[in-house]
Design a protein around this ligand. Sequence first.
Ligand code: M6R
Length: 608
Amino acid sequence: MCGIVGYTGDKQASPILLDGLEKLEYRGYDSAGIAVENGGKLTVSKTKGRLALLREKTENGAAVQGVTGIGHTRWATHGKPSEENSHPHVSESGRVAIVHNGIIENYMELKQMLLNRGRSFVSETDTEVAAQLIDFYYEGDILQAVAKAVREFEGNYALGILCVDEPGKLIAVRNHAPLIVGYALDGNYFASDVMALLAHTRSVTYLADEEIAVLEKTQVHYYSSFLDPIEKKVERVEWDSAAADKGGYEHFMFKEIMEQPEVIRRTVLPLIRDGRAEMEQIISKAMVANMKRLFIVACGSSYHVGIIAKYNIEKLARIPVEVVLASEFRYCDPIVDENTLVILISQSGETTDTLEALREAKERGATTLGIVNVEGSSIAKAADLVLYTKAGPEIAVATTKAYSAQLALTVLIALYLAEQRGTIDQATYDEILGALLAVPEQMGTILEQKAYIQYLAYQHFHNDDIFFIGRNVDYALSLEGSLKLKEISYIHSEAYAAGELKHGTISLVEDGTLVIAIASCRRLTEKTLSNAMEVRARGAQVLALAAESVKEEVSHVADQVMTIPDTHDVLLPSLAILPLQLFAYYVALYRGCDIDKPRNLAKSVTVE
Ligand code: M6R
C-alpha cells in the first residue's frame, strides 16, 4: 500500500527520495510524487503510474533541487489514481506539503469547516484536508500547527510534513500506521517501511501511536501529541540492504522460493536446545497449563498457515484451536478470556485487520502472541508475546518464504505445547523434531526438480480455470496453492475440500478442466484419489501431488504426478508447498505476468 519517505541533511533530497520510493514499490502503488524545499521555495513533482515516469519527469531528481524533502507512493483509496490525487498535497497558500498513509475518517467534516472559512480544494483526498488544516492552524510554528491538527484527526495515519517557512525541518506523525526514523551522518530520514532506510542506516527509532518527530539535519526530537517531549530508543535493524536485492534472479519471488531451506534453518534452530523446542521464555509453563483454547487469527496465506497449525496443534497437544480470519474475528463477538491464547500470524506485522483483531483480543483479556517477520512492526509492538520468523525481507507480493517460516514455527509451537501438556511420547517427539530438522535438505531436493514443474506449468498455463482439491492439511495446502496461482497468474482458481466436491462443485468440471489433487497426507491418499477418479470420469485432467512412497499408486489415477520426499505427516505441508509455489511461478512466467507486483495487490494491507 502507500509508502512514505522523508530526508533532511547535506545531500540533494530528490535522488534519495526516488531511491527510497523505489524500495517501497513492492508494497503496491498507482502514483508517486515528491516535494522538495529549497531556500524557502517548494517544488512538487508527481505522476500517475510507475515511479520510472517520475524519474523521467525530474531527470532522476536533478530537476528538483533542495536538501529537504518528502516522497510518496500512493495506492488509491479516496479518489481515483491521478496526478491531482497523488501525494504530496500542498495547502492552498503553498506553505505546507504533506504525504500520508492511511485514512483520516472525519475528513469530510474538517473539509466542510475549511470550505466554510473560504478554503478551496483541488483534489478529492483526505490528505489535502490534512495539509489545509495544518496550514489553517499555522501561526509561525509548524510543530504547534501539526499537533493542533492531529488532535482533530480520527482514523489511522502516518504523516510526513514540511513547511517552506521553516527550511530544513520535517515533521513525522504516527497513528496506527507505521513510521520509522533513521539516523545517518549525512542527515536524518523517515520512512513507512525500513526497506527505504537500509541503504543509508540501520540505526532507527520506531514511532509509537500519537507520537510526533521533528527532524533536522543534525537532530531529531520526539513529542507526544500534546507536545510533551519524550525520550525514544535507538534500535538496530538486523536486515541488511543486500537482502533486498534480486541477487541475480529474474524475480524476487523466485529468489525467495529458493531461499526457503536457509530461512527454515534460521527460524527454527535458535528455538531448539538439547533436542527440545525451547519456548518457555515466550509461552510460560503456567500459561500452557491453564490454556483452555487457542485462537489463530490472520489473513490470506498467514491464515492458511493457521489452518495447518490447527490440525497439528490439536493432533499433538489436544488443545482446541479455532482459526478465524482477522477481518471476521473483530466482528464475531469472539469468546476469549484470560485463559485463551490468541496467536496472530502476520508476515508484515502491519495488516490492519490482524492488528485490530489483536487489540480486540487484548481488550477481552486474552494473551496475544504475534508470529511476525518484521521487527518493530505494529503487531510485534502490540502483542504481549512475539516469536519472529527469520525470513528476512520478503519483497514479492506473493508470500513464499515467510509462509514456510510461519509453518515451521507453528510445528515447533505444537511440539512445545504437546510436551508441556504431556500429550506426546518421546519417540513421536523425537521423530517430528528430526523430521523438522531434515526439512531444509528435503526442500533442496524438491527445488532441484524445478525443471519438471516448469514443464508441467508449460503444459497447463493456457487453462482458464484450475481447481485444487485435498483433505485435511492437503485442503489447507489447496487453499494456498490456489491463492498463489490466482494472485500472480490471474487464472481463475478455486480450492475445495475433496469430500465437498460431490456437494456442488463437481458440476463445474468438464472436458479438459485441470484439477490439482493434493494427496500428500498418506492416510488420506486413497480417499483423495477416489475424488480424483470422480473428476477424471467427468473429463478432468488430474495433476496430483503426493509423497514419493505412494507415487505409483497415485500415477494409476492421475495424468501427471509431482512428488515430494516422504516425511512425518506433520511436516508434509512444509515440503508440499514448494511444488505449488513453483507451479504458480512458472505459469505466471509463461503468461507474461508482473510476478513480483501483481495487479491491484499490495504487500501489506494497511486498510480494512
Ligand atoms: O503480512 P500478512 O502476513 O499479515 O499478510 C496477510 C496477507 O495479506 C498475505 O498473506 C497475502 O495473502 C499474500 N500476499 C498472499 O501471497
